[in-house]
Design a protein around this ligand. Structure first.
Ligand code: NAD
Ligand code: ZN
Length: 252
């Protein structure tokens, strides 16, 4: 049994907070069985995400990239939110104002029940035509199974997932909303992210510069652990329920 301790300072700041903001990465979904970018990924292990998740790779071989995303979409749709996701729903319900900023595309925070979710990197459950930008249904996506690129029924443009690829801009307004939440937060958590993909990785620093108490939750220190007020080592599915319990105990 792991022992997890939170500082009194963290629990006090959290209990007194008006606005709590959370940044999550792939680690929060690891216990739901969704591989992070650094874990082995079976069939697709031989591809590095950087090699497939960009527009050049897509235009060169749309069927390959469509197949990779169909595989990831399948994993995400079979997965269930874990105890960490559910604790974040509880944390939202215990907070006056709450913003959940996620780099994940798996839709699990929404399925768990969080309401204020800012998706920095899009959502794998949505697909659109790169030419007419029409949102496309799953039924139009099947051509890649025969090794052909799936194309839009309306204009025959290639169909792509509504996610942010390497080298692309974040969705309009998403980073602004995240930045504003970081600036206004009294407590800011960075959970299950390696914190190497910018601009997301810069959010905890913005929060701290604006007076937030910053805490990281990860199974190992991230690239920015040294800049956080507190680093809690442990799995999201174990530490987050304990954190919510500590908050409830402090308040009662
Ligand atoms: P990452 O793979 O770079 O890092 C994952 C982090 O989670 C690591 O720091 C690891 O130590 C930590 N971790 C692993 N298991 C954990 C657990 N049980 N509890 C807490 N922490 C745990 O992922 P990232 O930082 O999100 O950044 C890479 C990019 O990957 C993002 O842009 C994101 O869009 C994309 N991505 C998303 C998903 C998803 O939607 N679930 C999955 C893989 C990658
Ligand atoms: Zn089209």
């Amino acid at each position: 049994m792991e022992t997890i301790t939170f500082s009194d300072r963290l629990i006090e700041r959290l209990a007194a907070a008006t606005h709590v903001a959370v940044l999550t990465g792939a680690g929060i979904s690891a216990e739901s069985g969704i591989p992070t970018f650094r874990d082995p990924g079976g069939l697709w292990e031989r591809f590095r995400p950087e090699e497939l998740a960009n527009i050049q790779a897509f235009l060169k071989n749309p069927a390959l990239v469509q197949g990779w995303y169909a595989h990831r979409r399948e994993i995400a749709s079979q997965a269930q939110p874990n105890a960490g996701h559910l604790a974040l729903v509880e944390l939202e319900s215990l907070s006056t104002r709450f913003t959940l900023i996620t780099q994940n595309v798996d839709n699990l925070h929404q399925r768990a029940g969080n309401r204020q979710v800012v998706e920095l990197h899009g959502n794998i459950t949505h697909t659109y035509c790169i030419d007419c930008c029409r949102e496309v249904t799953e039924a139009e996506m099947t051509a890649f199974e025969k090794g052909e690129a799936a194309r839009c029924n309306a204009c025959s443009g290639y169909i792509r997932p509504d996610v942010v690829w390497f080298g692309e801009m974040l969705p309009h307004g998403a980073f602004e909303a995240a930045q504003q939440a970081a600036q206004r937060a009294d407590v800011f958590f960075s959970i299950g992210t390696s914190a190497i993909v910018y601009p997301a990785a810069g959010l905890p620093r913005i929060a701290r510069q604006h007076g937030a108490y910053t805490a990281e939750i990860n199974v190992q220190p991230s690239a920015i652990a040294g800049e956080m007020d507190e680093v809690i080592l442990g799995k999201g599915g174990i530490t987050l329920p304990l954190l919510v319990a500590a908050l409830r105990a402090h308040r009662s």
